[in-house]
Ligand binder design. Structure first.
Ligand SMILES: Cc1cc2nc3c(=O)[nH]c(=O)nc-3n(C[C@H](O)[C@H](O)[C@H](O)COP(=O)(O)OP(=O)(O)OC[C@H]3O[C@@H](n4cnc5c(N)ncnc54)[C@H](O)[C@@H]3O)c2cc1C
Length: 532
């Protein structure tokens, strides 16, 4: 298959099989568990991740799902994957939310929503750069990159989280400069970067990487303020990855029903003097703009995380209900001990999802880039809720399922002539549900909540898209506390301190709940899906 080069020009939409084959045209330097990987698309250790990405490609071509999984980029007059779309309305954000939920129901995590979030954040920072400098150079560079990614239907890994070294120090204060990716050379053709991105989901089976700074910077950190795109097999890139999901496990750790098929690899990506041509450098040195990029990306991404974890929650709700049935309670409604934890699980999942819906409905257009951005307070609250409540979701799934989730004999015992028949008899619960079906559900719950993969889902919920402290900071920063203070002071006829510039009254954002009246929600119109 021909390499999808920078200037290939031809538009194409891939199905899952095409995507898988397209990886053959790339030869990234990848290590998994200490061994070099010769062919990413043939590596069993990476198969669950590639399977999950393939689902995102297949869904976009499926007639019934395509209205949700694709979108029209009106500026280009092209139908593109929703995961590569720059949002044009609040309805787009609702549709993305629903699309990500569907993908993550099916696969646990399909990575590509990160690309959506980064493209939208990048659109915003490029518009901001042009506004500050004059001209249209950054917008045009972004437009060319967007066309490249959309027309070739690329999988783009998001390399944002630096290794960061000593957390109490800024990038330029680190003993090892490679703790953050930074510019080591500039010339007429481009820049050369070195450093380390510590956590990149799905890196080995991406076509390209998008490098972005992970924090606001100051002038001394200018070399670390770098945002650029490059092929995954650019010279000098080394990817050190974990296996995706639980591909090889079977006997010792229960049967990973789900994550033998789907799961994501995470990788450390080492950059050693990697050249990036100027046409793919969005900025290098403009430290003032890193805050805009991290804020814009994080807001889009936290909104997507809400949908991703709602999809995961759907799996727990379904598995929890099946476990009740397999245990003999075919109607949890008749038993408060089971109904209550099931309702609690539903409340958590739909509760944080509702924040995603609200963040979409109250979305606003970026004043410079024009794309729609989720309302940040709701997006951050939704992400904060799921970050901590993921542990309650696991607990509730365990509560309704019982201890067999981790205590069942391993799958090889299912075929042991000395024990299999006795176990099948003794461990059957509901007379309607055969033993092998009951243990299959129990192993599904184990796989998602009590295995290495269960831990992975907890950690991606807690830290993916930023640790809880980052969300709390944004909520306080963006919430119009000043409006609420003014409201109470008005009701009391006078303020408690006569200083309109005091910090507590400063945050008086126009829009929702302000004295000027509520913001008009954007077009909260979702596309109907064709009946399957
Ligand atoms: C499964 C998974 C997949 C991921 N995928 C991606 C990806 O594809 N691309 C990507 O770029 N990133 C990815 N991430 C990274 C994610 O964004 C980070 O984990 C997150 O931003 C937190 O950073 P950290 O892990 O380095 O934790 P740390 O920054 O070390 O944070 C640990 C704790 O220390 C606190 N802390 C840190 N610094 C300070 C400070 N200066 N002052 C006070 N407290 C501090 C934090 O609030 C937190 O509580 C992924 C993470 C996970 C778990």
């Amino acid at each position: 298959m021909a390499r999808m080069g920078l200037h290939s020009g031809a538009a194409r939409r891939m199905d899952g099989a095409d995507y898988r084959e397209s990886l053959r045209a790339y030869s990234p330097r990848v290590f998994v568990d200490g061994h070099g990987v010769d062919s990413v698309c043939d590596a069993p250790a990476l198969a669950p991740g590639i399977n999950a990405l393939a689902v995102s490609y297949d869904f976009a071509l499926d007639e019934a799902r395509a209205p949700l999984m694709t979108a029209v980029q009106s500026s280009r007059g092209r139908t593109v994957s929703r995961m590569l779309h720059v949002d044009e309305s609040a309805g787009d954000l609702l549709d993305k939310l629903e699309a990500v939920r569907l993908l993550c129901q099916e696969t646990g995590c399909a990575q590509r929503y990160l690309t959506h979030d980064a493209l939208n954040g990048l659109a915003q920072v490029c518009a901001r750069l042009d506004d500050a400098k004059g001209g249209r150079e950054h917008r045009e560079r972004f437009a060319a990159y967007l066309a490249h990614v959309q027309d070739l239907d690329l999988a783009v890994g998001i390399a944002m989280t630096d290794a960061k070294g000593d957390r109490s120090r800024k990038p330029h204060q680190q003993a090892n400069a490679d703790a953050y990716v930074h510019v080591v050379e500039r010339n007429g053709k481009g820049i050369v970067i070195s450093g380390t991105k510590a956590i990149v989901t799905a890196a080995p089976y991406m076509h390209e990487l998008l490098v972005m700074p992970c924090r606001a910077m100051n002038e001394e950190d200018a070399d670390f303020a770098v945002c650029c795109a490059l092929p995954v097999d650019a010279d000098g890139v080394t990817i050190v990855a974990r296996p995706a999901g639980r591909p090889g496990e079977r006997v010792e750790h229960g049967d990973p029903v789900f994550s033998r098929r789907y799961g994501q690899s995470t990788a450390v990506v080492l950059f050693d003097r990697v050249f990036v041509p100027w046409e793919r450098v969005f900025y290098a040195g403009e430290w003032q703009h890193s805050e805009v990029l991290t804020y814009s990306y994080a807001t889009h991404h936290r909104h997507s995380c809400i949908a991703a974890r709602a999809g995961f929650g759907d799996l727990l709700i379904g598995a929890g209900a099946l476990m009740c049935e397999a245990n003999g309670f075919d109607d949890p409604a008749s038993n408060a001990n089971l109904r209550q934890p099931m309702v609690e699980l539903i409340k958590i999942v739909e509760g944080f999802y509702a924040c995603g819906v609200a963040a979409s409905v109250y979305a606003t257009a970026d004043p410079l880039a024009g794309n729609f951005m989720p309302e940040p307070v709701f997006a951050n609250i939704g992400k904060l809720l799921l970050a901590t409540q993921i542990y309650d979701m696991h607990r509730l799934a365990h509560e309704v399922s019982g201890g067999l989730v981790v205590a069942l004999p391993g799958p090889d015992e299912d075929h042991n002539p000395a024990t299999a028949a006795r176990l099948a008899e003794a461990l059957r619960a509901s007379p309607q549900v055969p033993y092998d079906k009951r243990i299959e559900v129990a192993r599904f719950v184990e796989d998602l909540t009590a295995s290495y993969q269960g831990g992975w889902y907890s950690l991606i919920s807690l830290h993916g898209g930023g640790s809880p402290a980052a969300m709390k900071q944004e909520i306080w920063r963006r919430y119009p506390v000043g409006d609420k203070v003014a409201l109470v002071e008005r009701l009391m006829d006078r303020g408690i301190v006569d200083d309109p510039r005091r910090p507590i009254t400063r945050n008086r954002q126009p829009g929702r709940c302000c004295e000027a009246g509520c913001a008009k929600p954007g077009q909260a119109v979702m596309v109907p899906m064709a009946k399957p």
